[in-house]
Write a protein that binds this ligand. Structure first.
Ligand SMILES: Cc1cc2nc3c(=O)[nH]c(=O)nc-3n(C[C@H](O)[C@H](O)[C@H](O)COP(=O)(O)OP(=O)(O)OC[C@H]3O[C@@H](n4cnc5c(N)ncnc54)[C@H](O)[C@@H]3O)c2cc1C
Length: 490
């Protein structure tokens, strides 16, 4: 799981990676135009802290460059250009940092996204456009003919059955697991390919930090930038960036990671009341960075790499969540160049189309006028921004059965109708996936209330899937064991 910022390209300016900044911001602007419900503009505050060696002029130059790289000769533009504010003005915009520590600063705009929803919505879009999608299946090996890969050997993890899929081209796009499936490496490719680095995030109720913007702070123990990102009633603090040697499938936050983030936030927000006792949740991701010899973990480029090996397997690795479309199109271009499918060609930029599952705010308002549902405004906004066109289906469910508008937990905006929408539309047979990979319930429901939430959601799943009592118990236990590990350092 990721920090949920698209594009967060600013940090790459420091490494002179202007092409990467341009790529990320261009993609961010395209997504905001074409998947508007998911990609939300957020004001970022770059404070000129008194302890910083950077001066106003350097910050403004960086932001001018950032804005112009994103907007110049581009079809889609950023939400707004940056603006500079004096120390006094900043005190009003971000009261908790106070005027003693800052020498003014700039607000610029990036966007925020729910990464799991972006993945699911993209898969649904692909299905609408003709793709077949399977889930809960593991690739264990390849079918080869005369040394060429012509298919994959799969295992259905739900039914423990093996099966094969054949195809003209097999793509290895498995992120941090890329090395597991690379059966041989071309000469110019590092072996192993992936340099996994761990990124930890903490979530608190916003009232305990009171940040108004996404504030960039400096870590008090090194020079890294950390974000304090507002999300409705919550603040997400992230992230760390350390080489990771543990189990990449199950990374968890440790005491050292949590303290690193907490101490830095407390230094810049002196009144913040954040400790272990009021921590809402933690989450961790492992970055699939492409290995570059001789570079530290924060210097490793976020560029992507695409290459064929001698068995005809094509691998795509590295990159960012924000650049997923460009990565896919670059891969397609390479496939076209290699004439794998002689009958399939596309013009450059062909994938920059409007998402059919996307929903404009005005269209959402209009459909709200046609349905008689009684939900509070925050919940209405929540289902719009998470589900786009799917929100209309959720509304219809509530119209038919008003009690599906009930909340899973009083203090959050997640409602029961979401579950009944997700189950038939989003290939979800496990409780943990509903909490972690379909919704953001695992992040924003206080870990102390996760048992109550898990019971409620498991009841709904049991109804839909006719689960036995034992099956329901097992699913709850599996999820709660995960939650326990996310806060085991407390
Ligand atoms: C802490 C952190 C913060 C980040 N912040 C940002 C950010 O703010 N903005 C941004 O743009 N990017 C960010 N990123 C980067 C971004 O999240 C990643 O680059 C991106 O998610 C990688 O996507 P992927 O599809 O390559 O890999 P994944 O999302 O990991 O997908 C790989 C898939 O392959 C499947 N798989 C693996 N092995 C097999 C197998 N044998 N058989 C079948 N399936 C298999 C896995 O189940 C998985 O679904 C962040 C990353 C981290 C870790």
């Amino acid at each position: 799981m990721k920090l949920k910022i698209s594009s967060w390209g600013l940090r790459y300016l420091a490494y002179g990676e202007l092409d990467l900044v341009k790529e990320a911001t261009t993609e961010r602007n395209w997504m905001r135009a074409h998947i508007p419900h998911l990609i939300r503009p957020v004001p970022f505050l770059w404070v000129n802290w008194k302890e910083d060696t950077l001066k106003r002029q350097s910050i403004e130059s960086a932001l001018q460059l950032y804005d112009s790289l994103s907007d110049e000769s581009q079809e889609f533009k950023n939400f707004k250009k940056y603006q500079w504010f004096s120390a006094g003005e900043l005190e009003k915009l971000e009261p908790e940092i106070g005027d003693k520590v800052n020498q003014g600063g700039a607000i610029y705009y990036d966007t925020n996204v729910d990464d799991a929803r972006l993945t699911i919505e993209t898969l649904k879009e692909a299905v609408i456009r003709g793709a077949d999608v399977i889930s809960y299946c593991k690739v264990n090996g390849y079918i080869t003919e005369k040394d060429k890969i012509i298919g994959i050997k799969c295992q259905d993890l739900e039914n423990n059955k093996d099966f094969n899929i054949k195809g003209t081209l097999i793509v290895n796009a498995t992120g941090i697991w890329s090395d597991d499936l690379l059966n041989n490496y071309p000469e110019n490719i590092s072996k192993p390919l992936i340099r996994p680095t761990k990124g930890v995030h903490l979530i608190y109720k916003r009232q305990h930090i009171k940040n108004e913007n996404c504030v960039i702070i400096r870590s008090v123990s090194d020079v890294r930038g950390i974000f304090v990102l507002p999300r409705d009633n919550f603040s997400i603090i992230g992230t760390t960036d350390t080489d990771f040697k543990g189990d990449i499938t199950n990374p968890f936050c440790g005491k050292e990671d949590a303290d690193y983030l907490i101490n830095s936030v407390k230094f810049h927000f002196p009144n913040a009341k954040i400790g272990y006792e009021n921590l809402v949740a933690t989450y961790v991701g492992v970055r699939p960075l492409v290995k570059e010899i001789g570079k530290s973990e924060i210097e490793v480029s976020r560029k992507h790499l695409i290459f064929f090996n001698k068995n005809g397997l094509i691998s795509i690795a590295g990159g960012k969540l924000t650049t997923w479309r460009k990565m896919a199109e670059d891969l397609f271009e390479m496939v076209t160049k290699n004439q794998i499918f002689s009958d399939k060609t596309q013009v450059k930029g062909f994938s920059k189309q409007k998402f059919l599952i996307g929903l404009e705010q005005e269209e959402w308002q209009e459909s709200l006028n046609h349905h008689k549902i009684n939900l509070d405004d925050k919940v209405i906004h929540h289902i719009y921004q998470q589900y786009g066109r799917g929100a209309i289906k959720i509304m219809k469910l509530i119209e038919k059965e008003p009690n599906l508008g009930e909340k899973i937990i009083d203090e959050n905006d997640f409602i029961k109708a979401e579950i009944f929408y997700i189950l038939p539309h989003e290939l979800t047979t496990h409780l943990i996936d509903l909490f972690c990979r379909r919704t953001e319930m695992s992040l924003f429901i206080d870990h102390k209330k996760s048992s109550q939430a898990a019971e409620t959601v498991a009841d709904l799943m049991a109804l839909e899937y006719s689960w036995s009592k034992e099956k329901k118990k097992m699913e709850i236990r599996h999820y709660l064991e995960y939650v326990e590990k996310t806060v085991s350092f407390i």
